[in-house]
Design a protein around this ligand. Sequence first.
Ligand code: HPA
Length: 248
Amino acid sequence: MRLLGIIGGSGLTQYPGLEITEQKHVETPYGDPSSAIKMGTLNGKQVAFLPRHGDRHNIPPHRINYRANIHALKTIGVTDILAVAAVGGITDKFAPGVLAVPDQIIDYTHGREQSFFSEQFRADNHIDFTWPYDRELREILLKAAADAGLTALDGATYAAVQGPRLETAAEIRRLERDGCDLVGMTGMPEACLAREAELSYATLAVVANWAAGITNNVLTMDEIQQTLAGGIDDVKTIIANVMKQLSG
Ligand code: HPA
């Protein structure tokens, strides 16, 4: 049986409408996950929800215990992870308010624990990461959006940056030259840890703002939060449709 785990990011610290039936406090060899895992039902099926930044949104991107989060979800039987992520838009198509299902990642983060194999490494622990997101789960997400009459752009390169500060204009120009469309702070090492744990993983990205220097506007958190709040209903509609498609 498949069990969907939803990792909520900025704008989705709580999951409005999710009736929580149980809070699972999971201990892991890597320490504590960001919060208890909230079990609930959506569309009549069980889901596990984990707010990546903690219940009070007080864990910054570089301090998230990504290993504990993925390990905890795996431990309770999650098979598929849908990561919801707020991002900045770099290239033309990715304007604020747009939803996207990225297909590639470039990792610019540093100093984060990024492997379950650090302590006990074997030669066969080099996982294939050519396509960092699960193809089937991406297709489920895209169909879920289309079924609801919503547009989610298919394919984008996600730049994972360190944060918690936003970028300089020059950094964004470099990301653009590198071929990145979106920039966010939490996509890595979450995605590669999910792959190491043999969980299917895909991201639904919500563009919250134009990345630094793309327009002349100064970025404000107010504006970013407003855009995210506007996108959350669509995100929930898409997730409800994902539940319909997941068998088991
Ligand atoms: N940069 C990095 N992460 C983000 C941004 C951004 O502009 N917007 C939302 N998350």
